[in-house]
Design a protein. Structure first.
Length: 253
């Protein structure tokens, strides 16, 4: 273990061949590629010592270089974004105790404060391997939407499970008290050493069905600390979402 204070480094996985939205990182939002919006917003976070895009596509790499960003070119056979993330940090000169924040490349409006929020638990507890953010759902349509992952956690704010289904299930819907649903925002912080360990684990049983990588960590007994944030983050999953983001960008601050 390194005795120096760990650095906090942002890595943004970006792939061109998205199943639902081909070329998504290069989609123009107000005339600027989405990946540029994400990189520039990350660059404003004082806690971050470095912001790097991890991509397997030369078009994305050239775009990042064109606006002055840093990128790492990874293999094109990665099954998941986390695999790409792990290769990227192995190619970079990063200490085992450094904290890697995985910023999703499809969240161009993420509030800058959430980066500090997700990294804080790992900076405070050197034994903690992984953390992520959750948000109290306020839009009812997100509860049943499988694109919005829900989570439940224990009294120590450690995740118990993540699901595309609504959890918890309301057994008696006639009861006045309704459950509170929490949405997983998809921004993670990892200890660099754990990240390399994590991608070496076999696919988990529940991960296989839900298609959620974080379930692998839980199934193999690793702790994921969840941090409740007051900041939602808009994801771009379809071309229609681009229009929503543009409308939000044009709203007065």
């Amino acid at each position: 273990m390194s005795e120096k204070n760990p650095k906090v480094i942002a890595v943004i996985p970006a792939r061109y061949r998205s199943n639902r939205f081909k070329g998504k990182p290069l989609a123009l939002i107000d005339g600027k590629p989405m990946i540029q919006h994400v990189v520039e917003r990350a660059g404003k976070v004082r806690l971050l010592s470095r912001v790097v895009v991890a991509t397997d596509d030369h078009r994305i790499a050239e775009t990042v270089a064109g606006f002055g960003g840093e990128y790492v070119l990874t293999r094109d056979d990665h099954v998941t974004g986390t695999d790409r993330l792990a290769e990227a940090v192995e190619l970079m000169n990063i200490d085992e105790q450094d904290v890697i924040v995985n910023i999703q490349g499809d969240q161009p409006l993420f509030p800058e404060e959430i980066i500090e929020q997700v990294a804080a638990p790992l900076l405070e507890d050197p034994a903690l391997p992984m953390s992520t953010l959750i948000y109290k759902i306020v839009r009812p349509e997100e509860i049943d939407d499988p694109n919005h992952v829900k989570t439940v956690f224990d009294c120590h704010r450690n995740a118990l499970y993540f699901s595309r289904s609504p959890i918890p299930f309301q057994r008696n819907p006639e009861e006045k008290e309704q459950p509170t649903y929490y949405k997983h925002l998809g921004i993670y912080a990892y200890r660099k050493g754990f990240l390399v360990t994590f991608v070496g684990l076999p696919e988990g049983e529940w991960e296989k069905f839900e298609k959620l990588e974080q379930l692998r960590a839980l199934e193999f007994g690793y702790t994921i600390r969840v941090i409740l944030t007051e900041h939602d983050s808009v994801e771009v999953d379809t071309p229609e979402d681009v229009k929503r983001v543009e409308q939000l960008l044009r709203q007065p601050s």
